[in-house]
Write a protein of this length. Structure first.
Length: 285
């Protein structure tokens, strides 16, 4: 990058160093300065400035101004993003233990605002009669998919997590009615997941999408789409909000499904506890 070259001053002459230091101190002003004005301000010459630009790998002063403006604008944008981060190099442990819950709370509260009660009701009515629940996720969302499949399976819903499409599996089990697929994508633009959605759609699967905004291509192939909150940050901090928001929606569907057959699930839980107690008793003897 040009600014890096100006800061490092590698193989710079005395004149080059003067121009580099002046540029770094007046990045904004240089965009409006002619080459003659820069020469006057730095007590150099137009020829020296041209040689300086060519040493930096640029055609001339106009390109120097253009590249400098682009890089300074990007640097300013990155600085703004860093200032929006909830942490910095001086953040203490005591601050972190307070900041983390606030990130969770923000992700959940903002996602909650996007939820439509009627839409959730429609999805829950489908889940009441589901015969097979396939949950798709790639990369980190596959970890969420696996966790979700485990949760739903504990309440008697046949659920499975997938990291890709298995055409033979879909065709072999397509006779099952009330089949549902949940597709997880933080951006809603993952090409592989979109291909999966297209295939499932062609084979009559009811698709629920969970991801950012309703503008991605994935949204177009979903029967229902639940939007998550995802703040754009650096340092991978946005991953925390996306994961929290996605798990929040899944847990709403899971707990609501559990409540629908509360008595049966309570009996099952009691039975599991009895069997565990019996197993411990047998082990002690």
């Amino acid at each position: 990058m040009l600014i890096d070259q100006l800061e490092q001053q590698k193989n710079f002459t005395t004149t080059d160093k003067v121009l580099a230091e002046f540029t770094l101190e007046h990045i904004v002003e240089i965009n409006n300065m002619t080459i003659s004005e820069l020469a006057k301000q730095t007590y150099t010459s137009k020829a020296s400035i041209i040689r300086f630009c060519k040493k930096l790998g640029l055609a001339g002063y106009v390109e120097f101004q253009k590249v400098l403006l682009q890089e300074s604008s990007e640097t300013k944008r990155m600085t703004t993003l860093l200032n929006e981060e909830p942490i910095n190099s001086k953040t203490t442990y005591n601050e972190v233990v307070t900041i983390v819950p606030s990130i969770y709370e923000k992700a959940i509260s903002q996602t909650r605002l996007t939820l439509d009660k009627n839409q959730i009701t429609r999805i829950l009515n489908r889940l009441k009669h589901v015969t097979k629940l396939d949950i798709y996720g790639l990369g980190i969302t596959n970890t969420i998919a696996q966790s979700a499949a485990f949760k739903f399976s504990t309440i008697g819903i046949e659920a499975e997590a997938h990291a890709g499409i298995n055409e033979h599996y879909i065709i072999a089990t397509r006779h099952k009615k009330n089949r549902i697929a949940i597709l997880l994508s933080f951006t809603g633009t993952n090409s592989k997941l979109i291909s999966i959605a297209k295939y499932l759609k062609r084979n009559g699967t009811y698709i629920i999408g969970i991801g950012e905004r309703r503008q991605g291509v994935l949204y177009e192939y979903c029967d229902e789409y639940l939007e998550i909150y995802q703040k754009k940050l650096l340092l991978n901090m946005e991953m925390i909000t996306a994961i929290t928001a996605t798990n929040y929606i899944i847990d709403i569907l899971f707990i609501s499904s559990l409540i629908d057959n509360y008595d049966d699930h309570t009996k099952n839980s009691i039975e599991v506890m009895k069997q565990k107690d019996q197993s411990l008793s047998d082990f002690d003897t």
